[in-house]
Design a protein around this ligand. Structure first.
Ligand code: ZN
Length: 299
């Protein structure tokens, strides 16, 4: 073999080895990020310190876990039927204590599973808006709270608290007005969480009236209000929040036609990436405070 040709062969072999090593390293990273990932976002720092937000697939309902440095917030617990599933999902994650449990508003698709959660975990605070209903599911939650020797707290707008290094602010909370009593969605607790440079807005089932009632800061990730219904996510609100990522918690083929085509179109027009629990199953956001990595259950 001529010397030049030999050199070329050696170069090719070295390139193949080099590319293989890079691929293996790359794949190793991807495999760590189970079960799937949005794009090749490489998070910096120790994975134990990352913020994690789980948007559990609970069908046509909401249940969200925010966890950082072994401290936890649970926002809603799905329907009555889903209660034991939510409990199991939390137990599978090794959770025994919830620092904050938020029942955004007393509708069955949000607080249905709360009694199971209350019975199964150590809990520091339970937040709910100040509205009443005679629905059985609400009474079951009240009974579970009483049995636990706890009290439901109603936070005020502007109240702040933290888990780990995640700062939270109550953006909205029902006070029991006539309008809220007639449409419980309007009483929804809305929470904004900030972790370093990243922010997250959890809308519950709040509607346009709520969106118009205050100013909203720019936020990276929006948990879309009311399962993507056209009653929420008004244009003006979306312009103010201007998220990069929208999460919709919604059941496949639900009776309400959620999410509405109009809202999906509105989000797409703003160039917002949409992730839906009916399509992806449980969706997980992992953040180092600079970037968000998204993974999900279904391939
Ligand atoms: Zn709902």
């Amino acid at each position: 073999m001529p010397k030049r040709r030999k050199k070329r062969v050696v170069e090719v072999i070295l390139s193949i080895i080099f590319i293989s090593i890079i691929s293996v390293l790359g794949l190793g990273k991807i495999n760590e990020i189970k079960p799937d990932y949005q794009e090749n976002v490489i998070l910096e720092g120790n994975a134990d310190n990352f913020l994690k937000i789980y948007f559990f697939d609970v069908g046509q309902a909401d249940s969200i876990l925010i966890t950082h440095n072994n401290e936890n917030i649970l926002i809603d617990a799905g329907t009555n039927e889903m209660g034991t599933t939510v409990v199991k999902k939390l137990q599978d994650l090794g959770i025994t204590k919830l620092n904050y449990v938020i029942g955004t508003h007393p509708h069955e698709d949000h607080i249905g599973g709360l009694d199971d959660v209350i019975q199964n975990f150590e809990i520091e605070h339970i937040y709910m808006p100040k509205v009443q209903t005679n629905m059985k599911t609400f009474e079951e939650v009240l009974d579970a709270v009483i049995d636990k020797g706890m009290k439901i707290e109603t936070p005020n707008v502007g109240d702040g608290f933290a888990i780990g290094e995640v700062n939270c602010e109550i953006m909205q909370c029902g006070t029991g007005t006539k309008e809220e009593q007639e449409n419980l969605n309007l009483s929804s607790i809305v929470l904004r969480a900030t972790y370093k440079e990243q922010s997250y807005l959890f809308m519950g089932d709040s509607e346009k009236e709520n969106e118009q009632a205050r100013k909203w800061e720019k936020t990276n990730v929006l948990k879309v209000g009311h399962h993507g219904s056209s009653t929420s996510t008004s244009e003006e609100f979306l312009k103010q929040v201007s998220p990069q990522i929208a999460i919709i918690s919604v059941g496949k083929d639900n009776n309400y036609g959620h999410p509405s085509d109009e809202i999906i179109k509105r989000l797409e027009q703003e160039g917002i990436s949409i992730y839906r629990t009916d399509e992806k199953g449980t969706i997980v956001i992992t953040s180092d405070g600079k970037q968000n990595q998204i993974s999900w259950e279904r391939k």
